[in-house]
Write a protein that binds this ligand. Structure first.
Ligand code: SF4
Length: 372
């Protein structure tokens, strides 16, 4: 590591790397997938002692001052900034469970993916009522891309999820399972299939599970999901102001902020403080002040605002939209991490979910820096 980089400013550098991405020079065999939910154009990379998702295929990554070439067979590589080596990093390799199949012959890697270094993640329903029509689809979403490229299946049945979870725990020691879903046309907005999925997985393996969906029609689903074994829930605002919500996610914005807050309140009463979270994509047009104000409101009611830098995904309407710069993210993450510490609701206090994994944002590294 360069002598100019000290332990105390690692979070600043990590934020810089995550917002700008890493340019891969002459590397063609770092496998990734096309499309899907979650961080699809990223690679999981361990830098210092944190594993974070780094954009490698975005437009900003192509222009990034951070470069990597020739990783070793174990994934180690020198990270350079403007041609100067700054540290050694490690790309997380493929897990062992990817080599196995379900009892009906579907490759496990099409059913669930490894995120970060030890998180199993799946999109139970790979379709969404909002996706096919640009008038209603979320402009940043690529849920249909992986289906188009045959790198996933449309519906992961409960037994698929149970089988992959069991083997991923046995072979790769995964620590938690995150189940998201596209939104079906039913009023439960995905809660029912998530309930079936959680039940099947918890029948065979005892791991923390986070479920992610839009707020359902009745909040009794929260009790059913908790009783079935889900330990946390994510209901994702993505954007915080009405104008950006309507512009970027016109279909999803039909579910009002008011209803989200009713759902958050009900969910916190069941899952507990911090075990209800929401993804906020910084860089879609909301100002720093709007994001911080919303985050304060969420923290006050026990909801963890997981603020991540927006990274455009290829083949989506926002593929040419820029990512927020490091100053914009720093201006949010520094005060936000302090507010989370003050509320005793940091990433390490929660049971499961993206906020626990923390790889898509450097928020938890800011938390650690402030608390040390
Ligand atoms: S934060 Fe969530 S989406 Fe990002 S790598 Fe972790 S589990 Fe996946």
């Amino acid at each position: 590591m360069s002598s100019t980089i000290t332990q105390t400013n690692n979070h600043i550098l990590l934020n810089e790397i995550q917002t700008q991405g890493i340019r891969l020079e002459g590397i063609s065999d770092l496998t990734t997938r096309e499309g899907g939910a979650g961080p699809t154009d990223h690679k999981a990379v361990t830098i210092f002692d944190s594993t974070i998702m780094i954009p490698v295929f975005s437009q900003s990554a192509k222009k990034s001052p951070f470069t990597v070439s020739s990783p070793s067979r174990m994934g180690y590589a020198s990270l350079k900034k403007n041609e100067k080596i700054i540290t050694t990093i490690r790309f997380i390799g493929e897990p062992k469970f990817y080599k196995e199949n379900s009892s009906d012959g579907i490759p496990f890697w099409k059913i669930a993916r490894l995120h970060s270094k030890d998180v199993l993640a799946t999109t139970v329903l790979q379709n969404c009522i909002r996706y096919k029509n640009q008038e209603t689809s979320c402009q940043f979403c690529a849920i249909g891309e992986s289906l188009k490229h045959n790198t996933t299946i449309a519906y992961k049945k409960p037994h698929h999820l149970a089988e992959v979870a069991q083997r991923a725990v046995e072979l790769d020691g995964i620590s938690q399972f995150i189940m998201t879903t596209g939104t079906p046309g039913s009023s439960d907005r995905g809660a029912k299939i998530l309930l079936e999925s959680v039940t099947a997985v918890r029948d065979v393996v005892d791991i923390p599970i986070q479920i992610q969906c839009e707020p359902p029609d009745t909040f009794e689903w929260f009790t059913l999901l908790k009783d079935a074994g889900a330990s946390s829930i994510g209901m994702h605002l993505e954007a915080v102001s009405d104008s950006i919500r309507k512009k970027v996610m016109p279909g999803k914005a039909e579910v009002s902020l008011l209803y989200y807050f009713e759902a958050f309140k009900a969910a916190v009463s069941i899952f507990g403080k911090g075990n209800v979270s929401t993804y906020i994509l910084a860089g879609l047009g909301d100002t720093q002040e709007e994001i911080l104000k919303m985050s304060q409101k969420l923290i006050h009611m026990g909801v963890y605002p997981f603020v991540v830098p927006f990274v455009p995904i290829r083949n989506t309407p926002l593929e040419n939209h820029s990512s927020p710069d490091k100053e914009f993210m720093h201006g949010i993450l520094a005060p936000l991490s302090q507010a989370l510490i003050a509320a005793e609701m940091t990433s390490d206090t929660i049971s499961s979910g993206c906020a626990k994994c923390g790889a898509c944002s450097t928020l938890s590294t800011f938390e650690k820096n402030h608390s040390s």
